[in-house]
Design a protein around this ligand. Structure first.
Ligand SMILES: Cc1cc2nc3c(=O)[nH]c(=O)nc-3n(C[C@H](O)[C@H](O)[C@H](O)COP(=O)(O)OP(=O)(O)OC[C@H]3O[C@@H](n4cnc5c(N)ncnc54)[C@H](O)[C@@H]3O)c2cc1C
Length: 338
């Protein structure tokens, strides 16, 4: 059996950021990815702007200085001299991160699902590999999380279509009648846009949510035709990230926002935090605790708005007023931390 200092399961943003940071310091790292290709992921590709320094310009599809918000009673455009959100293509992001991790010296094996985990090794159809440290970066249905005995009760569901066309505005549609405390979005990319919906699993079944997305899109004049939707769960049930010689990062750790479903940036930050802890067990990363605090605020806001129709409406309208008046900054709705 081949041994690695650290094995990372999953080559998403969380796993690859961890791999690049460890391999860059000379650690022998193996990343095991079940998909044959790194990158493709059901995702709208929105990145908080204060995370933009992480990404080189060639990955950025569009940059937005305004956010258009629609609620039952209000329509507004939040403007800022600084960019508020940018969009990236997940395939290009994945390939860029893969290249970075491999250049640093990480071994990344694709098309290789991990089928079993034990205290010393992982088992795949192509063989067994021993580890000293194990990092679960395997997304919202994480096998490492299950291996650690952690449940996953708080999840959201995101459904979207990547529609061709030149969409100009980044839009958020808060409509409690249709999406409860979730929302529908339009996130423009180069020559297409992600048009989709996010809501907590507790508020609607994926089938109902999809029907509501179609209803909303039809009324809004967006043609979906007979395209196939793409959907995935989003885990925001955070219960810790460091468990002895095992770590959970990104969606596996439940670090996506329950409020918005955003999780790329928190995957990268937590991947880097896990690497820093493995390299130096005394390391106290500052970014991740701040991000976790923000994540918890999002969960509390989500819980407050899930208690009933009128309460949800009042909260949403208050939120839009506060954004319009500049009482809160748009970044409060994002997990990005400086
Ligand atoms: C519809 C939708 C829209 C979204 N929009 C946004 C957005 O605009 N902005 C944003 O920030 N976030 C968004 N998200 C969330 C975002 O996609 C995730 O939070 C992010 O990808 C998490 O990164 P990760 O590295 O933790 O996990 P993932 O990107 O899910 O990567 C996990 C990897 O692990 C692999 N894996 C899983 N199990 C195994 C196994 N047993 N063996 C080997 N490999 C395995 C998977 O194949 C995958 O490649 C959206 C999600 C959805 C569903």
């Amino acid at each position: 059996m081949e041994h690695f200092h650290t094995i990372i399961i999953g080559a998403g943003p969380g796993g690859l950021s961890c791999a690049a940071a460890l391999a860059g310091k000379g650690i022998r790292v193996l990343v095991v990815e079940r998909n044959p290709t790194v990158g493709p992921k059901v995702c709208a590709g929105g990145i908080p702007s204060n995370a933009r320094k992480i990404f080189p310009p060639q990955l950025v599809e569009k940059i937005f200085h305004s956010q258009h918000i629609f609620s039952d009673l209000q329509q507004c455009a939040i403007q800022s001299a600084e960019p508020i959100i940018l969009t990236v293509d997940r395939y290009k992001l994945g390939q860029w991160m893969l290249e970075k991790a491999r250049r640093a010296g990480a071994v990344v094996l694709t098309g290789m699902p991990v089928t079993r985990i034990t205290d010393e090794k992982i088992i795949t159809p192509r063989g067994e590999y021993g580890y000293r440290y194990l990092v679960g970066a395997d997304g919202s249905s994480s096998a490492v999380r299950r291996f650690l005995g952690l449940g996953t009760e708080q999840t959201g569901v995101g459904i979207h279509y990547q529609l061709p066309g030149n969409f100009e505005r980044m839009e958020w549609h808060l409509n409690p009648n249709l999406f409860a405390n979730g929302y529908a979005w339009i996130f423009p990319h180069g020559d297409s846009a992600s048009v989709g919906v996010y809501a907590s699993r507790a508020s609607a079944s994926p089938r109902t949510l999809l029907a509501k997305l179609h209803h909303w899109a039809g009324k809004y004049g967006i043609e979906i035709d007979d395209r196939r939707p793409q959907a995935a769960l989003i885990n925001y049930d955070y219960r810790g990230w460091h468990f002895g010689n095992r770590f959970l990062v990104g969606d596996a750790a439940g670090l996506a926002s329950g409020l918005t479903g955003e999780g790329i940036y928190s995957a990268i930050v937590s991947g880097e935090a896990a690497a820093a802890k493995i390299l130096d067990p005394g390391n106290e990363d500052l970014k991740l605790p701040r991000l976790i605090k923000k994540h918890q605020r999002h969960t509390r806001l989500l819980e407050a708005s899930s208690k009933g129709g009128w309460r949800c409406r009042i909260l949403m309208e208050t939120l839009v007023v506060a954004l319009r008046l500049g009482l809160i900054h748009f970044s409060a709705l994002e997990l990005g931390v400086d």
